[in-house]
Design a binder for this molecule. Sequence first.
Ligand SMILES: [Zn+2]
Length: 252
Amino acid sequence: MAIVKDDALVLGRRRFGETSLIVSLFTPTKGPVRVIAKGARRARSKFGSALEPTNVLRIVYYAKENRDLHLLSQADPIQTFSVLRESLLRLAYAYAIIDCLIGLKRDESVAGPLFGMARAALEHIDRVPDEDLEGSLWSFLLGALEDAGFRPELDRCLECGRDAGSEALSFHARSGGILCRRHGIGGLSIGEETRSVLGRCARGEAGIGIMSPRIIAEGREVLRGFIREHGLGRQPFRALEELIRGPKGIDS
Ligand SMILES: [Zn+2]
């Protein structure tokens, strides 16, 4: 058994036995790590409230060789995102990030950048105005996709290389980007505004501002299709769509 010190983002947790928790973490050195936190559900546990999803921690754990469940020894919160936790809407955006980390296939070499991007995205979701939440999520998803080696082409037709102008475009998830009117038969048609907003998010521009319902619908469809096509795991808009469909609605 080796003692490992690392940072970690809490992805989720479930009960284990009478008093313990199994906690899913994402770390900058190993990517996903599962640990058991013994006694974490006792009233006076040494872990306190550190193991809440979305928290960023400094941890110490005992790594067991050839096992995928390790023993958590220490967990101290570095960031707890208190604003985000008070808002159902912001929490749904945070869960979109978490779902992406759970599902995205990657090797250890991209764990560090991915951890940094996820942490930065949660910081955004904790403090930007409501209208910038969608853009923050898209920037994260496009950045994470690029790191995994899948950057959608958003500037020119994949087939003929023509610059995407103001004409009608379509997005082909399988081919990996946009196609012009002549070449894009059978793809998902998207407006020029949507393409432009996706491009700005891919470049990490902040403050995208209010998006029309059409841009949101088209952009999510592009991202969803791309993530599905490349087998990158869980769908990122699940929590958001459940929130909108749910009995409480988005404003309550
Ligand atoms: Zn073309």
